[in-house]
Design a protein around this ligand. Structure first.
Ligand code: NAD
Length: 248
């Protein structure tokens, strides 16, 4: 099935990976709504300038707010007639070893990284099913596959995201809606900018491809999974990690 213009909602759209996803989806022919926490004018201007006139609009959304998630999806559907593609890319880290992790650090990470996907998927999927087309991509992490020192909250959220992906994929597969996860390895973004140089060097040394990932590496996978032609790929976790973790 080919239609003229897909409508895509990308959460965390102003972030390092989100921005690349917005840009590549728009370049591929979608109209994109980049949803992110309220940002100051300078950040929004820089974002818009970086889109080079591609059809990408911005919208304030706190994905940690269940009602706001439902309202955002309803708003997109009302203004554009539908929502074809949902990419859950908003994410935060609040690292600490489990023994030192506060309940607040746990709750914050689970709410923003995992609960948000539940709320947005639930808001979006009904009309996708009714229309017989939808593409959902949840941005997980290699940390969810292996666990990571100091990231019990983040790894649990990201592993949970894939459980959600597989279950929803089964529920809507017969209705033309696909649901997949992508698990990036280490990607150069504001989230990883604070890594100490020696940790970064160790990380690069452990990546067979020999470099950290770039946001465009992840966006490429999103475009692949959300294509009209990708209807036979559902319930998968697509690792994009430079070979850091191989398996089958
Ligand atoms: P980033 O910090 O650059 O972007 C994250 C974006 O999410 C930011 O723009 C931030 O404002 C937004 N955000 C945070 N809380 C939000 C909320 N409550 N509501 C709406 N938006 C919110 O980080 P990134 O590296 O681009 O991460 C994007 C996604 O990729 C995240 O889900 C992250 O967990 C995942 N990921 C990143 C890496 C990496 O190495 N950078 C690796 C694996 C997975």
């Amino acid at each position: 099935m080919t239609t003229s213009l897909r409508i895509a909602l990308v959460t965390g759209g102003l972030g390092g990976i989100g921005r690349a996803i917005c840009r590549q989806l728009a370049a591929d022919g979608a109209h994109v709504i980049a949803a992110d926490l309220p940002a100051e004018a300078a950040r929004l201007d820089a974002f818009t300038a970086g889109m080079d006139g591609l059809p990408v609009e911005t919208r304030a959304l706190d994905v940690g707010d269940a009602q706001a998630c439902a309202a955002a999806v309803a708003d997109v559907q009302a203004r554009h007639g539908r929502l074809d593609i949902l990419v859950n890319a908003a994410g935060i880290t609040r690292d600490a070893t489990l023994r030192k992790m506060s309940a607040e650090q746990w709750d914050d990470v689970l709410r923003v990284n995992l609960d948000s996907a539940f709320h947005l998927c639930r808001a979006a999927v009904e009309s996708m099913v009714a229309r017989g087309f939808g593409r959902i991509v949840n941005i997980s992490s290699v940390s969810g596959q292996t666990g990571n020192f100091g990231q019990a909250n983040y790894a649990a959220a990201k592993a949970g995201l894939h459980g959600l992906t597989m279950s929803l994929a089964r529920e809507v597969a017969a209705k033309g809606v696909t649901v997949n996860s992508i698990s990036p390895g280490y990607v150069e973004t504001p989230m990883t900018a604070a890594m100490p140089p020696e940790v970064l060097a160790r990380t690069v040394a452990s990546v067979p491809v020999g470099r950290v990932g770039q946001p465009d590496d992840i966006a490429r996978a999103v475009v692949f999974l959300t294509a009209d032609e990708a209807g036979y790929i559902t319930g998968i976790n697509l690792p994009v990690n430079g070979g850091l973790l191989m398996g089958f």
